[in-house]
Design a protein around this ligand. Structure first.
Ligand SMILES: N=c1c2ncn([C@@H]3O[C@H](COP(=O)(O)OP(=O)(O)OP(=O)(O)O)[C@@H](O)[C@H]3O)c2ncn1[C@@H]1O[C@H](COP(=O)(O)O)[C@@H](O)[C@H]1O
Length: 107
């Protein structure tokens, strides 16, 4: 994980139980997991729209929104981002096509 994402995650964790009137992150936690997940979905759709519109500048902003909301959801579910990094490390070198073919064999 980059230093930036590690710092962001630490900030997000520090907002659990904070005053929702002074912290957007705290207000998200207060609204609950379904709302956080919904926000993540909305940001994903906005990223898709930016990409389809070939708007690179907009996509950078939407990608940042997406990462922020993903980290809020991970924090809400008490998943350490290191677990996600470990999963990516585990997949390193395994072709996505090979992995897909091995899943189909088991169907
Ligand atoms: N990275 C972010 C970040 N990215 C996006 N956002 C907020 O996410 C919201 C998404 O925008 P939308 O228009 O979709 O949502 P909205 O209509 O404003 O809000 P909703 O009522 O729909 O939830 C905006 O309010 C953004 O400001 C973020 N809010 C906070 N952070 C980080 O979290 C830190 C702590 O923030 P607070 O919790 O507000 O102190 C900040 O210092 C930043 O580092």
């Amino acid at each position: 994980m980059t230093d930036t994402l590690a710092r962001l995650h630490a900030t997000i964790l520090s907002r659990r139980g904070a005053d929702a009137s002074t912290s957007y992150t705290a207000s998200l936690f207060a609204r609950g997991r379904a709302r956080i997940a919904q926000k993540l979905g909305e940001e994903a759709v906005e990223a898709v729209i930016a990409a389809i519109g070939d708007d690179r500048e907009k996509l950078v902003g939407e990608a940042a929104d997406l990462l922020f909301h993903l980290h809020v959801l991970l924090a809400d579910m008490e998943i350490d981002p290191a677990q996600v990094m470990a999963e990516l490390d585990r997949r390193e070198g395994i072709s996505g096509l090979e992995e897909k073919a091995s899943r189909k064999k088991g169907d």
